[in-house]
Design a protein around this ligand. Sequence first.
Ligand SMILES: [Zn+2]
Ligand SMILES: [Zn+2]
Length: 271
Amino acid sequence: MPNYICVTCGNQYAATEAPPLHCLICEDERQYVNPRGQSWITLDELEREHHNVVRSLEPGLAEIGTEPKFAIGQRALLVQAANGNVLWDCVSLINKATIEAIEALGGISALAMSHPHMFGSMVEWSQAFGKAPIHLHSDYKQWVQRPDPVIEFWEGESHDLDEGLTLHRCGGHFKGSTVLLWPEGAEGRGVLLSSDTIHVAPDRRHVSFMYSYPNYIPLAASTVDAIVDKVMPLKFDRIYSHFYHLAIEADAKGAVQRSAERYKQAIGIRS
Ligand SMILES: [Zn+2]
Ligand SMILES: [Zn+2]
């Protein structure tokens, strides 16, 4: 039985004879159902017209994206950390060429996901790399569409990985919205992998915060403040979010603070 993949959000579902009738992630108000109707694809079909590209972003960090664009079009990031490689977020496509490219970088010892829009085919990826554990915040239990023993739920506000990285729950976009801190990144100044908990704007000088990006639903000022309060004590100077080219190279904390003030002014909290 195939594990069908939703063509709009890229989530791979548990094996079924026929494609599922609904995608819970797309039917949620933060996403949207394919205008042509709910549509599905299998991994074999996906591989026929797509491939993954692996590129280095800085020493110890690579991005993995699917081309041509599929589903949301995000990149996954591979952090080569002190005690093993961690895949941050995921894409739907995994194939032999991708596995070989990742093996050449040292493989994967753990996976961690920011939120359900980035789950992709995470269980398939884990199985390709020796059933590496997938770290998910426990708030995401209801959003997992392909349950598997490789998924390890963590509770609370932060979670240290054996590889030398730390996950922090910021909330906002999702209750469990998570960011990953890589202290050795940016030549030791620290890197925050923010996915779209903190979304880097195309000007690469500002960030934004949204309940729904595709449906343009903003967050309350108090929620934005809570996200900022969560990340300010962390040591980082650079942010990478979940699309190609979206990074704040330096003074990322200043960008977060200035952007949060601008955001609150725009939604009418500061005059
Ligand atoms: Zn979907
Ligand atoms: Zn999202």
